[in-house]
Design a protein around this ligand. Structure first.
Ligand SMILES: Nc1ncnc2c1ncn2[C@@H]1O[C@H](COP(=O)(O)OP(=O)(O)OP(=O)(O)O)[C@@H](O)[C@H]1O
Ligand SMILES: [Mg+2]
Length: 216
């Protein structure tokens, strides 16, 4: 069962937003997908609490549990693809990277995100050294404002990491409003620009998984 981890050392970069909306799009395409909320803040669980998501969300926090036990609980989730939303702390990130096949690292135009990305890639590289199986990393430019210089420069800055760069997600109120009503953007604003951006990201994620698209 492939595991997609959404992680970044910095908080508030859009991990939960991207995890929820991309998981919804995978579900819409016919994949049997589930989301694991590994963050004690429970943002993904809160998003799901209104009952408007098309896939199950499980709260499986690491806390002070041994990593091996947490990893076993995540791998026991009944789904064909599991997406893990993580807290921005070192231990939880390390645990969720260790079990990932594909990793999404949201990054915004803030300079602090670039610093945090250096740190995040450092953790990924440490896991890569200990593991034969590859981790496909996708840096996801998020909350991009194409009108600002920083927004236009973000993709260029991300090139320094020599990882794959996913199609950018723009700063759009639809993402904030979708959370407020507990829906994915695909349900809240079908075919709107935010939905189309998530679809473009999901295309790349499906390719990274080597997954076959089941429905259009
Ligand atoms: N593309 C976007 N456009 C507009 N708002 C966004 C976008 N992505 C995320 N946000 C908003 O940014 C805030 C932080 O997003 P989110 O909770 O997804 O980040 P996070 O990385 O999961 O945070 P944390 O580290 O606290 O878990 C939320 O209010 C969310 O609605
Ligand atoms: Mg979050």
């Amino acid at each position: 069962m492939p595991i997609i981890t959404v992680a970044q050392r910095k908080g508030g970069v859009g991990k939960t937003t991207i995890a929820i909306c991309m998981t919804a799009e995978l579900a819409r395409r016919g994949h049997r997908v589930a989301l694991v909320d590994g963050d004690p803040q429970r943002s993904a669980c809160q998003w799901a609490e209104l009952g408007n998501l098309e896939f199950p969300v499980y709260e499986i926090g690491l806390g002070s549990e041994p990593v091996a036990r947490w990893a076993r609980d995540v791998k026991n989730v009944k789904a064909d693809i599991v997406v893990v939303d993580t807290a921005p702390n070192e231990r939880e990130m390390g645990a969720s990277i260790a079990i990932a096949n594909v990793m999404l690292v949201p990054c915004t135009a803030s300079g602090l995100d670039i610093e945090a990305t250096v740190h995040t890639i450092g953790i990924i590289d440490a896991v890569r050294k200990r593991r034969a199986e590859p981790i496909r990393v996708l840096l996801v430019p998020n909350r991009v404002d194409r009108r600002s210089l920083e927004g236009r420069q973000l993709v260029d800055e991300l090139k320094q990491f020599e990882e794959n760069i996913a199609p950018a997600i723009t700063n759009r109120s639809a993402f904030v409003r979708a959370f407020a009503v507990g829906q994915s953007v695909a349900t809240f604003a079908p075919n709107a620009p935010a939905d189309l951006e998530i679809r473009a990201l999901t295309d790349v994620v499906e390719k990274a998984l080597g997954a076959r698209r089941i429905t259009k």
